[in-house]
Design a binder for this molecule. Structure first.
Ligand code: FE2
Length: 192
């Protein structure tokens, strides 16, 4: 199987000013393309060549895990956004958030705080466990809740390459602004 960079479901300038066209060009067009190219090189001629990406992530380690997981994480991240998506969760997901954090604003605050305090490169995640309970977690580098038996629902990328063009060193500011472009209908569709 040859993996390809999927076209984004919005225009390259549609998320500006939260995420600029230049950041999309570099972060998705170059960084993500490189992870996908590396993934393709590393699986070629190996038993991983015909496995779904999620299985590669769960079974591989080293460079293959890193590139496979980064390929998956970035698609999951960029496909959460929309210039005119649903601005807050409803239904079952909203109930689960309220049960755990009291209200949506408290959840947002804790999620941002987790991303801001993650040391170095990584990802902050909202996931659900087998019983449908929600959990916020920090993962270093290419880390993913997929390897911990959790179902990912939402992630913010806190690698410097995600925010340095638009926000320089102001990671917390980008994390705060990302709420403006999260499409909660996408996150709800992952909470089944
Ligand atoms: Fe990234």
């Amino acid at each position: 199987m040859i993996y390809e960079l999927p076209p984004l479901p919005y225009g390259i300038n549609d998320l500006a000013p939260v995420i600029s066209q230049e950041t999309i060009e570099y972060h998705y067009g170059k960084h993500e393309q490189t992870y996908i190219d590396n993934l393709n090189k590393l699986i070629e001629g190996t038993p991983f060549a015909d496995k779904p990406l999620e299985e590669i992530i769960k079974e591989a380690d080293g460079a293959l895990f890193n590139n496979a997981s980064q390929a998956w994480n970035h698609i999951f991240y960029f496909f959460t956004f929309s210039p005119n998506g649903k601005k807050s969760p409803q239904g079952k997901l909203a109930e689960a958030i309220n049960k755990k954090w009291g209200n949506f604003e408290n959840f947002q605050k804790e999620f941002e705080q987790a991303g801001t305090t993650l040391f170095g490169s990584g990802w902050v995640w909202l996931s659900k466990d087998k019983d449908g309970n929600l959990v916020i977690s920090k993962e270093n580098n290419a880390g993913t809740p997929l390897t911990k038996g959790l179902t990912p629902l939402l992630t913010f990328d806190v690698w410097e390459h995600a925010y340095y063009i638009d926000y320089r060193n102001r990671r917390a500011e980008q994390l705060h602004n990302l709420w403006k472009i999260v499409d909660w209908s996408v996150v709800e569709s992952r909470y089944l």
